[in-house]
Design a protein around this ligand. Structure first.
Ligand code: AHG
Ligand code: MN
Ligand code: MN
Length: 336
């Protein structure tokens, strides 16, 4: 019977509070808000087919992408949960053109954190019952507490993140996060509504054999990526590698971190910066990757050191086992 972990996410957050640099309990409260919102979104995702929430809303976000009903619902749920604990002073989301200033009340000086979020990642997979996710990135504000947040609070380099993580709404629902002391994963027991520690100290295995890329775009890829893909497919040593691509960054990343692999969303002829967004997709994944012993670059440069200039900025993305990313980088360099 005692084959399950009995450490809950709630206990873990409190236990680890002391390890955190600015330990005052605020980050713990913020993580608790994310934990709660993820359970509400999970409930909606689980009954998507019967709750009239499959399909498009009929509107587009600032990036010209059609919003799904669940994109909007998940966005509302996370914003609501994050706004209520008096620790968050601003939120930037994939689904909102501009950042949101969280109300400044008598306790405004206590709200020191900004959150950047992709409320529903992989939304094209919702209608077909394939795993989707949520990605979050947390910073301490750089402007004075008690004053309204400013753009600079959000445009911080990834290395400054206080915490980052994702939720994967998969065959089971998991929350995986880091506060800069390794990566831990928790699985939701849906009958109890409680997350339990199931994947302590997650690490990329040393060697990986999976490559994940939307190969349908092959013709538009940079020469370095084309050359690397041919290398992945060559029968030599431990190759060919296996191709796996779900189309939800969260799910593709989660699998690759556990099994070993590389995820690439490169620039293309039409989109010189690729598709993925630096602030709420690439940076949080990059922090998790490095904390799990992997490597994450734009093909040349460390993602976490890129100086952001815009909220919805895109960036080419190479992420996974250190060895595999370094191999891919070698091909990029040689094709220059
Ligand atoms: P989102 O649903 O938040 O817009 O993100 C979709 C992203 C990412 O999750 C996924 O890896 C990628 O888009 C898939 O893009 P392609 O369909 O171009 O392969
Ligand atoms: Mn996304
Ligand atoms: Mn999204």
């Amino acid at each position: 019977m005692a084959d399950q972990s009995f450490q809950t996410l709630g206990e873990f957050i409190i236990d680890k509070q002391e390890d955190f640099l600015y330990s005052t309990g605020e980050l713990s409260r913020l993580l608790s808000a994310i934990r709660l919102a993820s359970k509400v979104v999970n409930r909606q995702v689980n009954k998507a087919g019967i709750a009239n929430i499959i399909g498009k809303v009929g509107s587009s976000n600032i990036q010209g992408e059609e919003q799904q009903k669940l994109d909007v619902l998940a966005n509302d749920i996370f914003i609501e949960a994050l706004s209520q604990r008096e620790v968050v002073c601003g939120i930037a989301s994939e689904e909102n053109d501009d950042f949101i200033t969280v109300r400044t009340g008598p306790n405004a000086h206590l709200s020191k954190y900004v959150v950047l979020i992709d409320p529903l990642d992989g939304s094209s997979n919702i209608d077909v019952n394939v795993s989707v996710g949520t990605i979050f990135s947390i910073y301490r504000r750089v402007s004075e507490p008690g004053t309204p947040v400013i753009l600079e609070d959000f445009l911080q380099k990834g290395v400054n993140q206080a915490a980052a993580g994702y939720v994967v709404y998969g065959s089971s629902t998991m929350i995986v996060y880091t506060t800069g002391n390794g990566v831990n994963g928790f699985t939701l027991d849906p009958s109890l509504g409680t997350y339990y520690l199931s994947h302590p100290s997650m690490k990329f295995p040393e060697n990986g054999k999976i490559y994940s890329i939307n190969e349908g775009n092959y013709i538009k890829f940079p020469q370095g990526v084309k050359d690397y893909l041919k290398y992945c497919q060559k029968e030599e040593d431990d190759r060919p590698y296996t191709a796996r691509y779900i189309g939800s960054l969260v799910s593709d990343f989660h699998r690759n971190m556990i099994k070993g692999g590389i995820y690439i969303y490169p620039s293309t002829a039409q989109s010189p910066n690729g598709k993925l967004r630096l602030l709420y997709e690439c940076n949080p994944m990059a922090l998790l990757t490095e904390q799990a012993g992997g490597k994450c670059t734009d093909g040349f440069q460390r993602i976490l050191e890129i100086e952001p200039t815009e909220l919805h900025q895109r960036v080419p993305f190479f992420c996974g086992n250190t060895k595999m990313v370094e191999e891919a980088e070698e091909f990029m360099k040689n094709a220059q």
